[in-house]
Design a protein around this ligand. Structure first.
Ligand code: ZN
Length: 303
């Protein structure tokens, strides 16, 4: 099996995970969680979101979280949907922006109140600004592999969207399987074609584990040549438009898979699991991670 030497993991739990939790996690706990993630070895963390607090009350403390972490030695991304969000993000001292848009109009209208085309129009000047501000930036595209309202958008539509994103300046594009419906064959075939057709774009993948295909999809992505993946500690997350959808793929499980296959991630598994324990205490709920469950059962049995 041909495998890369190294794979990058972008930890998105503090943003994509916590935004979907039923409870608000106190700001100081968010800051402690992110501190421990940095100590565990994560170099890129999506720390919060500058979407209007009315839509995502769980992350209404974005400014305060950034103030508590921005001097830590990691690159902190924040999710930004529009100009207002961008201003807040830059004033808070973020290192990077994840600009968000949807591949399908119906999801886009429900989630962002715009069409995909309108999103592109709004994002173009912000990309220019991000370049001037010397920020890292990436486009985070929802519903790429399937939409809860429109089904599979098809590769052709994704190719033309990627092309438009490239034209407005994106070199880093995250393709998100928002409802966890992708399968390894689709991921492999689509990523092979996209990587071949857009050699100057760094593609990243973002999977949800709704149907239990998350890790299989990661492996398919790796086989196709993708070298960066989003994942969420404890498998936190969900999708408000896909009832029953489970969270993002769990960081613990992805890291463990990669370590077992001798792929470097820069992440210390022991410290990561300590961070998972901290998160479990904060949220007081069972985390959705195989490795974490195994490690906890071992501890209980004294082995
Ligand atoms: Zn997600």
């Amino acid at each position: 099996m041909k495998l890369p030497e190294e794979v990058n993991i972008v930890e998105i739990g503090p943003r994509d995970g916590l935004q979907n939790e039923p409870m608000f996690l106190d700001t100081d706990k968010k800051i402690r969680l992110i501190n421990q993630l940095v100590e565990s070895g994560f170099k890129e963390i999506e720390a919060t979101s500058f979407v209007h607090p009315k839509w995502i009350p769980n992350l209404a403390d974005a400014e305060k979280v950034m103030a508590g972490i921005r001097d830590l030695p990691a690159t902190f991304f924040a999710l930004v949907p529009n100009e207002r969000g961008y201003e807040r993000a830059i004033q808070s001292g973020v290192d990077g922006i994840s600009f968000v848009l949807s591949a399908t109009d119906s999801h886009s209208k429900k989630n962002l109140n715009t069409t995909t085309k309108e999103s592109l129009k709004q994002l173009a000047p912000l990309v220019e600004q991000a370049k001037k501000d010397r920020l890292k930036f990436r486009a985070s595209v929802s519903t790429v592999f399937g939409c809860p309202f429109e089904g599979n958008p098809g590769l052709e539509k994704i190719e033309s969207l990627v092309s438009e994103l490239y034209q407005i300046g994106f070199k880093r594009i995250v393709l998100c399987d928002t409802i966890g419906i992708a399968n390894p064959k689709q991921v492999y075939n689509w990523m092979k074609k996209l990587i071949n057709d857009f050699p100057n774009i760094e593609f990243e993948l973002h999977f949800h584990d709704t149907y239990g295909r998350g890790l299989a999809n990661v492996l398919a992505g790796i086989q196709a040549g993708v070298k960066s993946f989003d994942s969420s500690i404890g498998g936190l997350g969900g999708c408000p438009y896909a009832p029953g959808a489970t969270g993002n793929i769990s960081t613990e499980d992805v890291v463990s898979l990669l370590i077992e296959m001798n792929i470097k991630t820069g992440i210390n598994m022991k410290k990561l699991l300590e961070t998972s324990n901290l998160l479990q205490n904060f949220l007081d709920k069972e985390l959705d991670s195989h490795i974490w469950k195994v490690s906890r059962a071992r501890k209980r049995n004294g082995g």
